[in-house]
Design a protein. Structure first.
Length: 293
């Protein structure tokens, strides 16, 4: 048990205050800049908020393809989140409750993929997405047959989502949760004649709601913040995500940057993840606490 002393409490509060400042100071600065007129060019941390916030937000909302970019990011984030949750739940269920040869080998093979982030495997992944039929045509070409089959997923939601829907972390967390489920529940389900999938959907899935909610928040933010992969697989303006859209508001030449509109766009891009965290914060905390138990 940790003994609380005034000095220990003061250190904890100081660390918490430093963390809060580090997190919210950039957001506050973005808010201040977004509330300034176009004529304001020289700003610092002591600059007070201006009165042009809603005007700048309205201008950012109506310019270019921001609404389309927000839609693309939402579809991508939800698709990645749903795919990761579905695959991880079923994978953890199979590894935990089914006895088959090389079961632990399969688990550790999944776990080792944590050492292969998107940045490491991005080139071969892009080659597959650029032509999904390439592995098939390569095998057929060994027989001396050239079929010239080409199927590209570039500039599609499938190309944005499918390469990112596997999650070793979520599989590991669900497996750890399933391991603490009493064996009596599984035995009772067998006595009642429940099939494995019925046991999964009627018993395990409802028990995993808090863990699913916690991972939903984390995975949604992960999908929303993707930059490198969408930048690589999207070339059409109507498939651009909002993170790329924010980056493209910065000029590449010597032109003056309208920082107020850039920061207004940034605030709009932050809104959906913040909304998800606010709406699911109770479930998020409960999910983390349940994982600790």
């Amino acid at each position: 048990m940790i003994e609380h002393t005034p000095r220990f409490d003061a250190v904890c509060w100081l660390i918490l205050a430093i963390g809060l400042v580090a997190i919210f100071l950039p957001v506050y600065y973005a808010f201040v800049i977004a509330s300034q007129p176009d004529s304001a060019q020289s700003l610092d941390l002591m600059t007070p908020p201006g009165g042009y916030l809603w005007e700048n937000l309205r201008a950012a909302w109506t310019k270019d393809d921001l609404q389309r970019q927000l839609l693309n990011s939402t579809v991508m984030a939800l698709g990645i989140t749903a795919g990761k949750l579905a695959i991880s739940l079923l994978s953890a269920f199979a590894i935990t409750y089914f006895r088959f040869r090389f079961r632990m080998v399969a688990f550790w093979a999944i776990f080792i993929t944590l050492m292969l982030p998107v940045e490491v495997r991005i080139v071969p992944t892009f080659e597959v997405v650029a032509n999904v039929a390439r592995p098939l045509t390569s095998i057929i070409s060994l027989a001396g047959i050239d079929i010239g089959l080409n199927f590209s997923m570039l500039d599609t939601y499938s190309g944005l989502i499918l390469p990112l829907i596997a999650s070793a972390t979520a599989t590991f967390l669900f497996r750890q949760f399933f391991l603490v489920v009493p064996d009596g529940l599984c035995e009772a389900a067998k006595v009642d004649g429940a099939s494995p999938m019925r046991f999964f959907f009627d018993i395990l899935l409802p028990m995993s709601i808090t863990s699913i909610a916690a991972l939903f928040v984390i995975l949604f933010i992960y999908g929303w913040n993707q930059y490198l992969w969408p930048l690589l697989v999207t070339t059409q303006a109507d498939m651009t995500t909002v993170v790329i859209g924010v980056a493209r508001t910065l000029p590449t030449d010597n032109a003056d940057t309208r920082w107020n509109l850039t920061m207004a766009t940034t605030l709009l891009a932050m809104a959906p993840p913040v909304l998800v965290v606010v709406l699911l914060q109770r479930w998020f905390v409960r999910g983390l606490v349940d994982q600790e138990k």
